[in-house]
Design a protein around this ligand. Structure first.
Ligand SMILES: [Mn+2]
Length: 338
């Protein structure tokens, strides 16, 4: 999206942000939720927002409530509260980083009095009484920081909120490398560092892993294949997950190991579900969008980072053929692509 359009959209959305702040003020109870199988952005944006609101409105009852958690992101101190159905009746539910209601971890969202959606995924199934969606944003955390900055006079932030938001921006941009990064992203990161983020500590929490786990990385690099026109892919089988004792998160992360191969502008991981015949697909690309392929296989997400689901090896082959064709077309139409 070009700079001018982004500026216009941001100006237009100022009113929506104001409505969201007013809505927040009008409730005593706030419940904040995110997508299931939470990543750094989901955990960071929900906890960061909750902390900003707790500091700014200490009299309100504010909780991040979800049904699943991430071990990898335990250093961001997730709130693990559980509340009965009745608790929701007079609450405002704020859904962050979640494109569709089906993806919400907390299934009680529908019991809340009203729903606010704050998100950066491509919005093909809108939901919520108020929704603020900016799909060019690098991360939901960048949006939460923007929300704080917009209403700085009324809102407070601290080092814990900054840590959460920085961790989310950092992970959702692949350490500030993805094409979704723009000046606003780096300005947000800079603002968060000014508030006080211990960079060395965060990088250690995010990047250090047990030595044994590197053997899985080596296996991915050994077993992966490349299609004729340059789609790198790996099938992470049930057996592999068992052999290396992988969590769901670790199995999914395999896609990132294939991201720096010359000539491969799309890379895809297929992760077999250990309990049923579902195969989760994680798609990544540079230069060309990959979301169009994902949406043909029950998926969506962002232009260059999307997810989908397939159910058998015929569908894997079908998806790979389509991705290979897209890469072929892109390379043919962009002779100077590299
Ligand atoms: Mn995100």
């Amino acid at each position: 999206m070009d700079k001018e359009t982004i500026e216009q959209m941001k100006q237009k959305n100022f009113e929506v942000k104001k409505q969201i702040l007013e809505k927040i003020k009008s409730y005593d109870k706030l419940i904040i939720g995110r997508h299931f199988r939470p990543d750094g952005d989901a955990v960071g944006s929900t906890n960061g927002l909750a902390q900003i609101l707790k500091l700014s409105f200490p009299e309100k009852d504010i909780h991040v409530v979800n049904e699943d958690y991430s071990d990898y992101l335990a250093f961001l101190d997730d709130d693990k509260s559980v509340f009965p159905d009745e608790y929701y009746a007079d609450a405002l539910f704020i859904a962050v980083d979640t494109g569709t209601v089906e993806r919400l971890s907390n299934k009680k969202y529908c019991l809340a009095k009203e729903i606010v959606k704050i998100d950066h995924h491509v919005d093909d199934k809108p939901y919520g009484d108020i929704f603020w969606v900016e799909d060019w944003r690098s991360s939901a955390c960048e949006m939460i920081f923007d929300f704080y900055e917009t209403f700085k006079d009324e809102l407070k932030i601290d080092a814990y909120a900054a840590k959460c938001l920085y961790a989310g921006i950092n992970t959702d941009t692949g350490r500030f490398r993805f094409s979704s990064v723009n000046g606003d992203t780096l300005r947000a990161a800079a603002g968060l560092l000014d508030i006080g983020v211990d960079l060395e500590y965060i990088q250690a929490c995010l990047d250090l892993q047990d030595y044994d786990y590197y053997k899985f990385e080596a296996r991915v690099l050994t077993d992966m294949k490349i299609t004729e026109n340059g789609v790198a892919y790996i099938i992470v089988t049930r057996e592999m997950q068992k052999e290396y004792g992988l969590t769901n998160e670790q199995a999914s992360n395999s896609v990132s190991y294939m991201g720096s191969i010359k000539g491969c502008i799309a890379w895809i991981a297929f992760i077999e579900n250990p309990f049923n015949d579902e195969i989760r697909v994680r798609l990544r690309s540079r230069f060309m969008p990959i979301i169009g392929i994902a949406s043909q296989f029950r998926g969506g997400g962002h232009d260059n980072a999307a997810g989908a689901t397939v159910y058998n090896h015929d569908e894997i082959n079908d998806l790979l053929a389509k991705a290979d064709e897209a890469v072929k077309t892109f390379k043919a139409e962009n002779n100077d692509w590299m």
